[in-house]
Design a protein around this ligand. Sequence first.
Ligand SMILES: C=C(O[C@H]1C=CC=C(C(=O)O)[C@@H]1O)C(=O)O
Length: 483
Amino acid sequence: MNNPGSAAPAPRLASCTYAAPLPGGADGASLADLLTTGSECAWIRYGEGMVGVGTAARFATTGPGRFEAARRWWMAATEAEAAETAEAAEPEGVPRTTVPDDGLPRRSPLAFAAFAFADESPVESVLMVPEFVVGSAHGRSWLTWQVDLDAPGYVERAAAGWRPGRAEAEQRLAGLLAEAAARRPGAAGGAGTGARGLELSDGVLSQEGYRAAVDRGVRQIEAGALTKLVLARDAVVRSADPVDVPRVLRTLTVQYRDCWTYAVGGLIGSTPEMLVKVDGDTARARVLAGTLDRDGAPEGTAGTDYARRLLTDDPKQRHEHRLAVDSLTERLEPFTTSLDAPEEPFVLELPNVWHLATDVTARLVGAEGARRTGPGALALTEVLHPTAAVCGTPREAAAELIGRLESGDHGLDRGLFAGPVGWLDGNGNGEFGLALRGAVVEDEHTVRLYAGCGIVAASDPESELAETHAKMRPMLQALGLRD
Ligand SMILES: C=C(O[C@H]1C=CC=C(C(=O)O)[C@@H]1O)C(=O)O
């Protein structure tokens, strides 16, 4: 099952980036308004980020070599432009950040990506290079047009020295958006206002099966086989009307503003956990582990006190959290000159749950110059995944037990759930969150949700099952199945 990727040679990507108002133009236009067909890629937080429209190139692969294969393909795809922009590189020794001082991102191709959780998964990991990336950050917006110079329609012009430019980009984008509007659900009389006839049922790992799996996991921990294990289950939402994926995503961007709302090839959700963000020579992560449901909890400051008492002061939650932080810092540390991971976690408040959270910041080695000598976002993602927030401690024993308790006993393959999801550019910058609080759109009428929990010796199967319900709540609300 180690597929080195599609046999086609990597594309030769060229791009142009320029400042532009968000398409639609009017005051109050938002990035999420570009989500209209359900096939767009997205990465949005606090209303800012990026949406990808159309397809310039795509790479898919499976197996233990999936990160390496994707990295090689991306290096090859971005090589031509990297050489052309080398002369515009910063003075010696200055790292190439995503957004330099002029507030616009550098000229560099960009891909959205999603990787399967497990080496054994038959589900494809993908790099998607949209034809257009519409971006917004710090109140400014821009547009990147990306083309494969070897694609039909470009190859001859490219040989004559043509490169993508603004006037043609604007024309093409207008055409793509008009096509998308015509395909928009509801445009031809279909359901555009949300799905009717929604039905939620257990997935391949039922609720009863989940309690049994947690029980078996706890017994393995008690027997000393491992210290922590993350176990997941799935649930299926079926809808009589086609699911309005753009509307689900737009709802998530509003209700879960603190989270990173993602959409990559049918994988959708809003994650609160950042595996690694690389910008120039800085790497950041937000590690979460330790959860408390907000349903039925006191409101306001009484709620905050309650969360502190039940999370910060609880040795079980602290232990679960510490293991997750250590699993990240131990692997990140060798690639850094300094690393800051506070001893005391903070309580992160989300609309559905509270989490124990730790923000990690590090300086990376080898980030200077036009091409990094140290690892970029994708290489670090490979090193760090899977942390104990989604796998366990020790990592290998936990991965093996997940394989037995989820897949072996019940036939659950996590697929892209709990794998890294995000974006990367040609300079080694990028953001990879963990694909949590999400779902896979299996077809127009079927969405599969996933949620998991960290299990330690003191875990109780009933409470862990209840926690999976709390973690599925954001998707269920966005789908219209819960208030
Ligand atoms: C595995 C999930 O959450 C992880 C991230 C934060 C807190 C977790 C916990 O407290 O168990 C999990 O480790 C999920 O949302 O499905």
